[in-house]
Design a protein. Sequence first.
Length: 280
Amino acid sequence: MKALELIKIGSDLLKQKEVPSYLLDSEILLSKTLRKSREELLINLDIEINQKSYLKFKEYLLRRSKKEPIAYILEEKEFWSKNFNINQSTLIPRPETELLVNKLVKIFKEKKISILDIGTGSGCIILSLIGELKRSNGVGIDISKEAIIVAKKNAFKHKLFNRVKFFNRSLSCVFNKKFDLIVSNPPYIETKDIKNLNQDIKNYEPRIALDGGNDGLDLIKKVIYKTKEILKINGTLALEIGNKQFRKVSKILINNNFKIEFRIKDYRDNIRCIIAKKLK
């Protein structure tokens, strides 16, 4: 069977299962099966596909038809123009988080700073920052052992392992230093809203990285309170938040001696990130 025929079979199946990007996903999954780029596949649609590859492609299609995110099937996701290893122990990196990275790179370009990433997951945030801020170093922590394994693999993959250390720790751990910048994309979805998320999110992404408690602020508050202890005076805290949480989070920050310096909107014009300075 030729590649073109398989793409058609795949896209028809995914369309039937109401996968929105059915044609693109079929092309991407066949590319992964054949270990070729999508571009290379599309200019060689007449190649014959052997039985082993056909069965592997069917396996990928079945997973995608059940709404498993394609990033988990591929076991990687592009972020900040780099490919990061991911699996179901890590949140899938989002484009909105790149907006936060972009702003922080602009703020700290050419500076030498120490960075802490709380809830690091795949490590995509801190590794992207360290990759751009050539004189800086950092630490990433996560309560998931599996996520830390992934983050360490990404550090080696991007040749940054000598400037970033990852630890399986909770926020209650003791730090023996203070940081210039603390960044976090904590869970911020209200518990009652988890059931309303898309299937590909609620059924596959780690709940521990999504569920922010009854008001969505449980982990955000913990990050802010811990940051007071381990952030240098005039240091920076950068938080990703839910799209209706700006006022509440701002109030918590101000009440804890932080000054709001920047607010970052996502592509839908919602405030999704806050950058604040510790005053004392």
